[in-house]
Design a protein around this ligand. Structure first.
Ligand code: ABU
Length: 394
């Protein structure tokens, strides 16, 4: 295409037709880990969130007696949405008060039945949590394939924002992982049917054999199953990420000099690594004591003088009603820099543990947003952290 015909084809657009600026001078996209100084972040919103029907991938995570298996499918109450937004907006304000740039995704309303050639489901989910959907790897942001049918189109909520990043930072790359089909053929439908009759011991035995409802038919991963530590990327194999997904991550990033490792934990519902094994600062990891690493998987950390400390118990015996996550959101924190951490306000013991580990603790009221997709780490996605791609495991 001749540049005479399209004089601006290689130059960033300056304005959307609507007048909203595409170009934000000085905007920078770059992040290599979860602990370097945070400069720019996305915080999710609770608007229009729905509880979708259970689908083959979400089924394993939803407790057998939960109304979320179908009985409660539909829009969440406006009261709960308003309260969750109050928490999320308060969190965003706390970050902004510390000089961190905060973006919010656009509100979308997927209340209608979603039908693709391969599946149908009662509704979408919402625009929380961004951490599951977006993976910032250096100067690129990847939209993950996702394995819950209700979340198939969730990336659309971020498209405008990501386009702004693309137009504003000339080095920023926006990518979409291969789209899965999520047909019945993508799942072990016999497992899906059996799930609610299985005991905890049986689901654990199955998980230790690494058998989940997801098969290897599609390439599947959620971004929250991926932990970035500079040149090393650790990916949890579990309900939301299959081996084909891990192979794709390897082929995508290893040619760029990253090393991709698979991690597994003794967890009967392994979903998202960020309430299981969390980097706190260079040399320090926080491990969920109820989800030990598989044999041999501590070695890479220990050989490189990383300390692994076990998280203290959560403050709560149960998650809030209609919540998909476990009580271990207590350890799902947002690290602002090597010395500062945001911890949920009711998690006093977790706050004390961080205090003893030498962190300044910033309490954040977020529990009433947990049901919308998780804790402080889940509710955010990195755009820019200062720092470079370090080799922590030479
Ligand atoms: N998205 C993090 C949830 C992990 C958990 O339920 O423990």
């Amino acid at each position: 295409v001749s540049n005479d015909l399209y004089p601006n084809a290689s130059a960033p657009l300056e304005r959307k037709d609507s007048g909203v600026p595409y170009v934000r001078p000085g905007l920078h996209v770059e992040s290599y880990n979860d602990f370097d100084p945070l400069r720019h972040v996305i915080v999710g919103i609770a608007d229009n969130q729905h509880i979708p029907e259970a689908c083959p991938a979400s089924n394993e995570k939803i407790p057998a007696d939960s109304p979320m298996r179908g009985g409660k499918a539909g829009r969440r109450t406006q009261e709960s949405i308003d309260r969750a937004n109050e928490c999320l907006n308060g969190f965003a304000k706390q970050l902004e008060d510390r000089g961190i740039i905060v973006d919010r995704p656009g509100a979308v309303d997927w209340h209608e039945r979603i039908t693709t050639p391969d599946f149908t489901i009662s509704s979408g989910f919402g625009v929380m949590p961004p951490r599951d959907c977006l993976l910032t790897m250096g100067k690129s942001i990847l939209m993950a394939p996702m394995s819950f049918r209700s979340r198939y189109f969730e990336y659309l909520a971020y498209v405008d924002l990501l386009r702004e990043y693309f137009e504003s930072d000339p080095e920023c790359l926006i990518e979409q992982a291969p789209r899965p089909r999520l047909s019945d053929d993508s799942f072990r439908m016999d497992y899906v049917a059996a799930y609610e009759h299985l005991s905890d011991a049986e689901t654990m035995a199955r998980s230790l054999r690494k058998e989940y409802s997801t098969k290897e038919t599609d390439i599947l991963f959620d971004a929250a199953d991926i932990m970035r530590l500079g040149k090393d990327i650790f990916v949890q194999h579990g309900l939301t990420t299959n081996l084909a997904g891990i192979r794709w991550i390897k082929r995508r990033y290893e040619p760029q000099g990253y090393r991709v490792h698979t991690l597994s934990f003794e967890d009967n519902h392994p979903i998202h690594i960020d309430a299981t094994f969390c980097p706190l600062r260079p040399g320090l990891m926080l491990l969920n004591p109820n989800r030990p690493l598989f044999k041999g998987q501590r070695e890479i950390f220990e050989k490189n003088d990383w300390q692994i400390v076990e998280a203290v118990n959560p403050a709560w015996d149960n998650p809030p009603p209609l919540c998909y996550s476990s009580t271990w959101l207590s350890m799902n924190t947002l690290i602002l820099d090597h010395k500062t951490v945001c911890v949920e306000a009711s998690e006093k013991a977790q706050q004390e543990q961080f205090d003893k580990l030498g962190f300044e603790v910033v309490p954040v009221d977020l529990r009433d947003a947990y049901a919308f997709g998780g804790g402080l780490h889940c509710a955010t996605a990195d755009v820019w952290r200062e720092g470079t791609c370090e080799d922590y495991f030479p």
